[in-house]
Design a binder for this molecule. Sequence first.
Ligand code: NDP
Length: 347
Amino acid sequence: MEKIIIIGSGPAAWSAAIYAARGSLSPLVIEGQYSEVNQTRGTLPMGQLTQTMEIENYPGFPSGKIHDYIESAIPTDRVAILPPNEPEQRTILGAELVELIRSQAVFFGTRVVSDEIIDVDFNGKTLKLVGIDGNLYESQTVIIATGASVKYLGLKSEQLYKNRGVSACATCDGALPRFRNNEVAVIGGGNTALEEAIHLANFASKVHLIHRRDKFRASQILVNRLPEYPKIKVHFNYVPTEILGTQEKGVTGIKLAGTAGNTDLELPLAGIFVAIGHIPNTDFLKDNIELNEDGTIKRPIPFCSNTSAKGVFVAGDVADSRYRQAVVAAAGGCMAALDAEKFLAEN
Ligand code: NDP
């Protein structure tokens, strides 16, 4: 019987583990598994940060030569699985950041298993989790930090240029040299798409906002702001059919098909930001926990990490459709660990 099990392996999970380990709760983290299925659906261990490029907005990592620090702070066997880090690299990569947080959690005594939870039972006093090979885990508290998966368009060419001009996070990647003073596109018509287009207008020479209908889904207040940004050009009634690029340059453009009888279009671009929504990773919870309408886990007590199930707490993007930032997820992990610790003390 564990005191605390944390499911997930992004910044929320490892940050919860750091707090729980330092609180002498000897946490067990179930970090997921490397498999083809997880690769395809974007749910590989270590989370969404591994899918992004440089991280320039996580506090504590100003630009500088960080190569030597990464080499010294991350165990050799883990360095081997990271993307190449050149000695002259000046900013931290997403994969490195989450690896550093993991190392910190392990340093304080966190135990890690590579398994994938496929079923849970939160009805009894003992919380039960079932792994993909039938392993049963029992715990007094559980923190769910399984994150969300980016919805991609599903184009073959999109897969080819991920992290080479195709991004799913303008806040994370928009200021990178690849996109600065170049033309980029945002796909989608929801709040995220409009916010990303506005954010990108600070860096790009032009932002093409491409939406499949002739009416935005985003809130009116954001739609009303668009005319303030002359760099943003809206293309209604278009869907991407192919992302163009070369091995050398990455993304060079996009092909669009008209959805309302309008002529097909081809745009030269340096980057494409897919903003068509996220899917919180909650399938394994089945009916054991209450969800919000948008699929995130419901937090019945404002500002707390409690869920509808007793002893079960939540952190990170699996409960957050609004901020979706690594620093917010890490803070949520801290909150969930403190709430779990309090629960254990009181029960
Ligand atoms: P949404 O689900 O709200 O919007 C997704 C958009 O992508 C829609 O316009 C949809 O088109 C389009 N889309 C979906 N699938 C495809 C596809 N295959 N091809 C082309 N277009 C596609 O997701 P968001 O990420 O924008 O928002 C998620 C939630 O987070 C929402 O509740 C939102 O309000 C909230 N949010 C709030 C913010 C804020 O308050 N500041 C900021 C960001 C998000 P269609 O409209 O035709 O369905």
